[in-house]
Ligand binder design. Structure first.
Ligand code: AMP
Length: 299
């Protein structure tokens, strides 16, 4: 099976219109490329639930701060297209000027044009570390949804805060799209699949399994209580596991947050539940640091 490669917004609009004429539903999976099994898992779900599936591959400059290395982000288009052949119906691979017709600079102070911010759920957790990150995500997702207008858009639970930001965005801007969030795909040892895992030494990859193991210890504590539990007790159970992480690794945060608002919780209560998330800084194989993020849901 071949795949339709679309490079401009206009081409995507024509493709979408054709689907509409054919009364075909459309599922959409936005990505930044360098595809792995975690991405494929979203694409397969979309293929199952929709008549047509389109994937976008776009390394969004707006979500990189000037000190983050946009140029170093892996671009593996040929390999990605090969992986998508037979898996999806169409792929949108725009150039930067297609998505930012006025051009874009990374320095927020000097940016000109229209941008989208989702207040209240963008500033904490990942947003505290990367202040303009979710503005970049919300802006590009808005553009992509304007162009594709899918019936369903797919995101991975792995990026829990991104899912909350996008859900608020779609609700508040009255977009006619359903947001589907799929479970995190993991390595055999429990480590959440991520491009960043590639940067780790074999030994660190094994040791990184403790990140998820810690989160699971927090989840078990809550589940065994069969009732409300103090957030600090969930956090302690996680930090106890993290006390065994190798020297030089840094736990940036462990947070127990309201699942829809991402505000810090004092108590986790059945019926409301919580998102329990963490970021751990792990030394990379060639020097530098990889930030590994993960989360579990308490229900
Ligand atoms: P990215 O290319 O990193 O922007 O990711 C594209 C989409 O794939 C996002 O919705 C991610 O949350 C999702 N994704 C990345 N890794 C995983 C994973 N291990 N399991 C499930 N979804 C994932």
């Amino acid at each position: 099976m071949s795949i339709t490669i679309l490079r401009t917004a206009q081409q995507v609009r024509s493709w979408r219109l054709q689907c509409l004429f054919n009364k075909q539903t459309v599922g959409f999976v936005p990505t930044m490329g360098a595809l792995h099994a975690g991405h494929a898992h979203l694409v397969r779900a979309s293929m199952k639930q929709n008549d047509k599936t389109i994937v976008s591959i776009f390394v969004n400059p707006l979500q990189f701060a000037p000190h983050e290395d946009l140029d170093a982000y892996p671009r593996t288009l040929e390999r990605d297209l090969g992986a998508l052949k037979g898996l999806a119906d169409a792929v949108f691979v725009p150039k930067v000027l297609e998505m930012y017709p006025g051009g874009i600079v990374l320095d927020v102070e000097n940016q000109k044009g229209a941008f989208v911010s989702v207040h209240g759920c963008s500033e904490q957790l990942e947003g505290a570390q990367r202040p303009a990150f979710f503005r970049g995500v919300a802006t590009v997702v808005t553009k992509l949804l304007n162009v594709v207008t899918p019936n369903i858009v797919y995101f991975g639970q792995k990026d829990a805060q991104q899912c909350v930001v996008v859900k608020h965005l779609v609700r508040d801007l009255l977009m006619n799209t359903e947001v589907a969030v799929l479970p995190t795909l993991r390595e055999k040892n429990g480590l959440a699949m991520s491009l960043r895992n590639e940067y780790l030494l074999e030994e660190s990859r094994d040791q990184s399994a403790a990140i998820y193991r810690g989160l699971c210890a927090g989840k078990t504590l809550y589940e065994q209580a069969e009732g409300a539990v103090a957030a600090k007790d969930v956090e302690s159970a996680i930090r106890e596991v993290y006390s065994t992480l190798p020297a030089g690794w840094e736990v940036e945060y462990v947070a127990v947050s309201h699942p829809d608002l991402l505000e810090p919780l004092e108590m986790v209560e059945p019926g409301i539940g919580a998102t329990v998330s963490t970021a751990v800084r792990v030394p990379k194989a060639g020097g530098g640091i990889a930030r590994l993020i993960d989360n579990v849901q308490l229900v």
